[in-house]
Design a protein around this ligand. Structure first.
Ligand SMILES: NC(=O)NCCC(=O)O
Length: 371
C-alpha cells in the first residue's frame, strides 16, 4: 500500500485491534474520548452526494455554577485541488470556489460558527495572478449568508511594490473583514522554499475577538515554533487555527503532536488543517537538496484534527479525501484546565524573557557548568 492510499491511523487501529484493547489504546493515544456529534441528515446526505467526508465530535467541559457554557462549533475544511495545475487559471479559481462553497454550505447545515480553510486554499499558483479582492468578495458573502466567522488563508499581494505575504484573513460573521494575520515563519525546507517568494509576516501575534470567542491563526510552518503558539496565547487566544499544506515524507510524525502540545501547554483549543492529495506540475523542479528533479511535492496527507487543553484530541479526517470536520468545544474548558494545571500561573515568563533576551545578544555565554 502506498502512502497516498493509507486512509488513516484511526481506521487502521479500528480494523485491527480487538475491542477491549482498542479503547485502552485510544485512551492512551488520544486522551478522553470525544463524543460523536449527531449531525443533521441533510448534511450527511449532502456530504455523501458531494463526495466528501463529514465527521463531527464534541469536547465536553464540566458544568459550572457561575458561568453558562460557551459552546462553539468549529468547521475545518480540507480539500484537494479540483482541476489539474495546468488548467486555465480562471477555471481553476472558479472550480475551487465552488468546491469550497459547497462544503461551507454543509458546515452551515451543521451549525458551524467558525470555519477555517487550509493554507492558501485557492492555491498558491492561482493567487499570484489573481487579485485578492475577488477571493475576498466571495468569502465575505459566505460569512454573511451563513452568519459564520471565516478564516480564509490566501496569498496576499500588497501595495505598489507587490509585496507577497502568506496571509489568513479573518472575516466576521457580519461579512466584514476583521483583520489579517500574516505567516510569520517562512519555510526553507525541501520543496517548501517559500522564502524565495513570501516575506516574513509583520502582523505580530494578533488575536481576533469574534462573537464566538477569541481566535488566532498560526500558519503552517509556524507550528514548529513553540514560542509562536505561546505568543498567540499570551494575547488571549482561546482557539488557535493552524491552516497548513504539508506532505507525508516531511512532517507526518510531527503533525499529531505539535498543535496538540500547544493546546496542552497554553490551556486553549487548537485546530490543525492540512491540504490533501498529490498535485502534479508539468515542469520538473528541484529544490537544491540533492533530490532528483520531480513533478510534485509528495502527498499532502490531510488528517485535520482539533485538540483540547485537557490533552484530548478529535479523530482526524482522512489522509486521502476531501473532508469537513465539525467540532463542538465549550470554551469554559480552557479556564477549567488552567485552574487544574496552572501552567500560565506557574510559568516563569519574565525569567525566560530575560534569559532569552541575553541569549540572542552578541557575546552571550551559555550557562554551562564544566568539570
Ligand atoms: N506550507 C508550509 O509552510 N510547509 C512547510 C512544511 C511544514 O511545515 O510541514
Amino acid at each position: 500500500m502506498s502512502a497516498c492510499e493509507f486512509e488513516s491511523l484511526e481506521e487502521s487501529l479500528e480494523s485491527h485491534l480487538p475491542e477491549a484493547e482498542l479503547s485502552e489504546v485510544k485512551r492512551i493515544l488520544f486522551g478522553k474520548e470525544t463524543q460523536k456529534l449527531d449531525l443533521p441528515s441533510c448534511a450527511v446526505s449532502a456530504a455523501s452526494e458531494r463526495d466528501f467526508e463529514l465527521k463531527g465530535f464534541r469536547f465536553e467541559a464540566a458544568q459550572e455554577q457561575l458561568r453558562p457554557p460557551r459552546r462553539v462549533r468549529v468547521g475545518l475544511i480540507q480539500n484537494r485541488i479540483v482541476l489539474p495545475t495546468d488548467a486555465p487559471i480562471l477555471d481553476q479559481i472558479n472550480a475551487m470556489h465552488s468546491r469550497v462553497g459547497e462544503m461551507v454550505e454543509v458546515a452551515a447545515m451543521c451549525g458551524v460558527n467558525i470555519v477555517c480553510f487550509q493554507e492558501t486554499w485557492s492555491d498558491h499558483a492561482l493567487c499570484f495572478l489573481h487579485p485578492r479582492e475577488r477571493t475576498m468578495d466571495g468569502v465575505c458573502g459566505l460569512a454573511k449568508k451563513y452568519n459564520m466567522v471565516v478564516v480564509s488563508p490566501i496569498l496576499e499581494r500588497e501595495g505598489l511594490h507587490s509585496t507577497l505575504w502568506n496571509t489568513a484573513v479573518v472575516i466576521s460573521n457580519s461579512g466584514h473583514v476583521l483583520g489579517k494575520s500574516r505567516k510569520n515563519h517562512i519555510p526553507r525546507i525541501g520543496d517548501f522554499n517559500e522564502s524565495t517568494y513570501y516575506m516574513e509576516g509583520d502582523t505580530g501575534h494578533t488575536v481576533f475577538q469574534t462573537q464566538f470567542g477569541n481566535i488566532a491563526v498560526n500558519i503552517c510552518y509556524g507550528r514548529h515554533h513553540p514560542l509562536n503558539w505561546l505568543m498567540y496565547s499570551m494575547n488571549g487566544a482561546e482557539i488557535i487555527f493552524n491552516p497548513s499544506a504539508t506532505v507525508g515524507a516531511l512532517s507526518e510524525p510531527m503533525w499529531s503532536i505539535e498543535a496538540r502540545n500547544a493546546a496542552i501547554a497554553h490551556h486553549c483549543f487548537t485546530c490543525a488543517i492540512n491540504r490533501v492529495g498529490t498535485e502534479h506540475f508539468k515542469s520538473e523542479f528541484t529544490s537544491g537538496d540533492g533530490k532528483k528533479a520531480h513533478h510534485d511535492f509528495g502527498h499532502f496527507y490531510g488528517s485535520s484534527y482539533a485538540a483540547a487543553p485537557d490533552g484530548s484530541r478529535s479523530p482526524g479526517l482522512s489522509r486521502t479525501r476531501d473532508g469537513l470536520l465539525v467540532v463542538e468545544m465549550d470554551l469554559n474548558l480552557n479556564r477549567q484546565i488552567s485552574d487544574k494545571w496552572s501552567f500560565k500561573m506557574t510559568g516563569r515568563y519574565s525569567e525566560y524573557a530575560e534569559e532569552l533576551t541575553k541569549s540572542v545578544r552578541p557575546g552571550f555565554k551559555p550557562n554551562i557548568v564544566k568539570e
